[in-house]
Design a protein around this ligand. Structure first.
Ligand code: MN
Length: 229
């Protein structure tokens, strides 16, 4: 095949304990999947089925990188999330069989231009400008699933310049990891390489130029990002 210009490089993530890398296909994100965060955003956490939005694969930013303060926003927010990496695809996957599709886990940040997202909500427009911008998906190295003891009870936390800003546990997910995969696979045919950002606990807030972010998940490799000054 001859292309008129070089196709984009394949986005990938490092894997703990391996020289091979994980090729990223798509990034799905779950909206409002922790009750305390749903409440802080003014929603009723009990009644809504899970909903999804996406980011482009090349929005991934690896640990150690410097993130530019994004264009157009005055209110860049952090959302600390457990990321699920799929090693097998499928459709109409049942929750009871979902874990067989998981390659591994990482800690990630669903960076959000909150002012643009709020404007989109008010004008009933898509969320892309608030969510799917360049470098909006920092993600740590993947840990294979067989090395993560209890993904359904995994503590996560985010420190900015040393202060804890968000902490939670996947025990508080409204829709469990397996239920998220089941729901998503009814709407999309999933594929190896797909990532799922599983939602954020309460405590989202602004990130400023020069901030140093360290996101951690129990048993996972930390994710460190600096915002350019
Ligand atoms: Mn999120």
């Amino acid at each position: 095949m001859r292309y008129i210009f070089d196709p984009p490089p394949q986005t990938s993530l490092p894997i703990e304990g391996s020289d091979a890398r994980f090729p990223v296909r798509r990034i799905f994100c779950v909206g409002r999947n922790y009750a305390d965060h749903a409440r802080e955003m003014g929603s009723d956490p009990d009644r809504e089925p899970p909903f999804f939005f996406t980011k482009p694969a090349d929005a991934i930013l690896e640990s150690g990188a410097r993130m530019s303060y994004p264009k157009l926003t005055r209110n860049l927010h952090h959302e600390l999330e457990l990321v699920i990496a799929l090693g097998r695809g499928g459709e109409n996957i049942s929750a009871s069989r979902a874990s067989a599709h998981i390659f591994g886990y990482a800690i990630g940040l669903d960076m959000t231009r909150r002012d643009l997202q709020e404007e989109a909500k008010q004008t009933r427009r898509p969320w892309d400008s608030g969510k799917a911008f360049d470098q909006s998906a920092p993600c740590g190295a993947l840990t294979p699933a067989d090395r993560v003891a209890r993904p359904g009870a995994l503590a996560i936390s985010l420190r900015i310049n040393g202060d804890v800003r968000q902490s939670g546990s996947t025990t508080d997910l409204i829709w469990s990891i397996e239920e998220v995969i089941a729901h998503l696979s009814r709407s999309f045919t999933l594929a190896p390489g797909d990532l799922i950002y599983s939602g954020t606990p309460a405590g989202v807030g602004p990130v400023l130029r020069g901030d140093h972010l360290i996101a951690e998940g129990e048993g996972l490799t930390p994710l460190e990002i600096t915002i350019a000054s």
